[in-house]
Design a protein around this ligand. Structure first.
Ligand SMILES: Cc1ncc(COP(=O)(O)O)c(C=O)c1O
Length: 471
């Protein structure tokens, strides 16, 4: 029996869905994450039914090319039987075990070993969680715990960037630099500082060269550090290529300048590889593509190709040792989740990484990244596209009202959302981030499927242009 209140929100919907349809039941009971809830009650949900490889079908039987790898995560595509097999076997063998209180399990041990071997940096310790958000919360807590342990209790603030995306929990949502994730949630919390987004196209002043832009924003970061005091700042967090903020590839020289500044002030570098990790940018990790040598790393999404949730924080030994000492004094290291090191998630992630190696997936992604970027850049000539940007198998087109002066559309016109809807009508899933359309297909995509993706996107852009012409 529904609680009488359950139907209350359904009243203003006036939707056409039969009461027992999945759509109507969705509208009665779900609170959708990261959704315009008001609009949702007018349009209803689109229900995904099944998927295989890079294609997905909705409950009406319509087929889509999955141009967003789900939420930037289904690197191996859908329906991978090997992962089904491994999950089933692990569930039968040991469906759950914990890492609390010195308990352990084989899949977690093997996965930790593999991850530390895989990353090209001196990171020796792995903490497991379930989401990118909890990984970045863990990062923040570890920065605090570590700095307390080494007798620097003042060194606690974390610098993040506007338009960076690091999650939605209280701490990671504060690190996220997108106003819609702060507004009315009373975020960001104290101790999180935001600095410039390294987006030349949107951030440059009139006539400013890329090099001058880098100097200016790094100068702003330097001023922030001086203002706050370097001895109060623990770390800087960055996605090598910003994802949910609009797919932004920072200009050449940016990370070299940032890292030199951080080193000068003894500020650590948290590398959020939740999207960029595992071949997305043309190399195994985004840090390698962008020339970053991080202190710690956050991994999630592609690590298990989203078959099951898993995240990992990787730490260097120099942080681990004082943490061990301090936990000995306290009597426990008081941080961990029930599902940290869940054996089924770990087994699936381990097999995901093995499959990536067996199939040479990173090399494939780097190869297909060539035609992907060529087709993407060609869309830069479209009258609606102000900037076509990306690297490897990730990209975005930013739609503008006036290309010459980079004038954006008024957000109320919903141009990005309209174009995304046209993509869907043409059988392509992309994601509108404001008026930027993000594209991030499964890494298994073929060159022919890349052609299909961009042909559908070009059609949707033409249809959007025609719609705008009608006023
Ligand atoms: C770079 C980055 N960090 C963290 C997160 C948060 O991950 P989750 O949604 O799994 O909490 C995301 C999610 O998109 C992300 O893109």
């Amino acid at each position: 029996m529904d609680h009488p209140g359950a139907t209350r929100m359904a009243d203003p919907l006036h939707n056409e869905f039969p009461p027992e349809s999945l759509e109507a039941r969705d509208l009665r009971h779900l609170l959708h994450p990261t959704t315009n809830l008001k609009l949702h009650h007018q349009t209803g949900p689109r229900i995904h039914d099944h998927a295989q490889g890079v294609y997905l079908w909705d409950s009406q039987g319509k087929q889509y090319l999955e141009g967003m790898a789900g939420l930037w995560c289904t690197a191996l595509g859908y329906g991978e039987e090997e992962l089904v097999r491994v999950a089933t076997e692990q569930m039968r063998k040991l469906s759950y075990s914990q890492l609390f209180g010195s308990k352990s399990n084989e899949p977690s041990i093997l996965l930790a070993e593999r991850l530390t071997r895989m990353v090209p940096f001196d990171l020796t310790r792995v903490f497991f969680g379930l989401s990118g958000s909890d990984a970045n919360d863990t990062q923040m807590k570890l920065m605090w715990y570590y700095h307390n342990a080494i007798g620097k209790p003042e060194k606690k603030k974390i610098v993040s960037r506007w338009r960076g995306y690091h999650g939605v929990t209280v701490a990671s949502g504060s690190l996220t630099g997108l106003p819609n994730f702060h507004k009315h949630f009373d975020l960001p919390i104290a101790g999180v500082l935001h600095t410039d987004c390294p987006h030349y196209y949107r951030g440059a002043e009139a006539g400013e060269s890329e090099a001058a832009f880098v100097e200016r924003i790094v100068g702003n970061l330097e001023a922030l550090i001086e203002r706050e005091g370097a001895d109060t700042i623990a770390a800087f967090i960055a996605e090598p290529v910003l994802g949910a903020g609009g797919v932004i590839v920072p200009p050449a020289g940016y990370y070299a300048r940032v890292q030199a500044l951080l080193a000068q002030h003894d500020i650590l570098f948290i590398d959020d590889e939740v999207i960029c990790g595992f071949g997305r940018t043309g190399k195994p990790f985004g840090a390698e593509t962008m020339g970053i040598v991080p202190t710690t790393m956050s991994l999630a999404k592609a690590v298990s190709s989203a078959y099951l949730p898993l995240s990992a924080v990787l730490l260097p030994e120099f942080m681990y040792e004082p943490i061990v000492e301090q936990s000995g004094q306290v009597g426990t290291f008081g941080h961990g989740f029930t599902y940290s090191g869940h054996p089924v998630c770990a087994a699936v992630a381990l097999r995901t990484l093995e499959l990536m190696e067996e199939r040479d997936l990173f090399a494939h992604a780097a190869r297909v990244g060539g035609p992907f970027q060529a087709r993407l850049r060609a869309l830069g000539d479209h009258p609606l596209v102000g900037e076509a940007r990306g690297i490897g198998l990730i990209g975005a087109v930013e739609l503008v009202e006036d290309k010459a002066c980079r004038k954006a559309f008024a957000p109320s016109r919903g141009v990005g959302a309209y174009c995304m809807a046209r993509c869907e009508a043409n059988g392509l899933i992309v994601r509108a981030l404001g008026d930027s359309l993000a594209i991030c297909p499964p890494l298994i995509i073929s060159a022919d499927q890349v052609d299909e993706l961009f042909s559908k996107l070009a059609t949707a852009l033409d249809e959007t242009l025609a719609w705008l012409a009608t006023g």
